[in-house]
Ligand binder design. Structure first.
Ligand code: HEC
Length: 253
């Protein structure tokens, strides 16, 4: 009796134990997720590529997305470009650029920058005059165009929670199906954890990259690891569902 009970507990479900309709359902689910993932990759490409001014996706693009570019601020670009002619004294351009390079802090703003902006810029850059232009009348709004940007914390928090909730569901269902594979049990135990761990590392490294730009490599590595491990689970599951039969397993049970 006891032994029989024990035996039954040991027999886990495998793909050979599920009906063809369930396999069809699993397959269409996995294929849809696979296509969805490719679309997500394309979306990633289009939102990040070319940020560094060069076509294609690079580490630098990822750095700019999360950390911001150290040498490209909206104010710096404007003052070197179309807004230059608004300066009464061209030497003030260098004063502003120096300030940007020093980190655009408030004391120096009050001392050196505010007088220039008040004289040359706020004729147009005042909310009451042009609400659509950057407000250059006080530090907090000047600071927005004087800093490198990158992703803001609220944006990262928003994207993280959507990402974690959404992808956790996807990974859970993919993992549930994948567990029906006929595979070494230790491999499976590790394999179901990897995409979750990679996703958490990915999201965490977005926040770190905002501060430390070299973490862009971790963002890329963990993102790739998640995609790869998820892809392997999908491919292996579909393969075993339709093209694999382990006769020795039948004989043993
Ligand atoms: C005669 C009106 C006028 C004056 C004076 C002026 N600006 Fe502008 N500024 C504009 C307009 C219009 C735009 C929007 C241009 C566009 O989007 O193509 C703009 C855009 C900008 C932007 C945003 C560029 C972006 O990234 O979208 C910055 C920064 C800027 N100006 C800085 C300055 C500074 C600094 C000064 C003073 C040296 C100045 N502006 C003086 C009219 C003015």
């Amino acid at each position: 009796m006891l032994e029989e009970h024990y035996e039954r507990r040991q027999s886990y479900r495998r793909f050979k134990d599920i009906s063809v309709s369930e396999r069809i359902l699993n397959t269409v689910f996995l294929l849809t997720i696979g296509v969805g993932y490719l679309a997500a990759l394309a979306n990633l490409y289009y939102t990040h590529q070319g940020l560094d001014g060069k076509a294609g996706l690079s580490v630098e693009d990822v750095v700019i997305s999360y950390h911001g570019a150290n040498n490209q601020t909206r104010l710096g670009t404007a003052i070197n470009g179309i807004m230059k002619t608004n300066l009464r004294y061209i030497g003030d351009k260098d004063v502003i650029m120096q300030w940007l390079h020093h980190g655009a802090d408030e004391p120096e703003y009050i001392e050196k920058i505010a007088p220039i902006l008040n004289r040359d810029c706020i004729g147009c850059h005042t909310p009451t005059v042009n609400p659509s232009l950057p407000d250059l009348t006080h530090y907090s709004t000047v600071s927005e165009v004087a800093h490198a940007g990158g992703a803001s914390i609220p944006t990262l928090v928003r994207v993280s929670h959507i990402h974690l909730f959404g992808i956790a569901f996807i990974l859970f269902f993919i993992g549930k199906i994948f567990l029906l594979c006929d595979l070494n049990v230790h491999v499976k135990r590790v394999a179901v954890v990897i995409p979750f761990a990679a996703m958490l590392l990915d999201v965490l490294s977005w926040f770190v990259t905002k501060e430390i730009s070299s973490f862009a490599y971790v963002v890329i590595f963990s993102g790739a690891l998640m995609g790869l491990s998820m892809g392997l689970q999908i491919v292996l599951s579909i393969y075993q569902m339709w093209f694999y039969s382990n006769n020795t397993a039948y004989q043993q049970s």
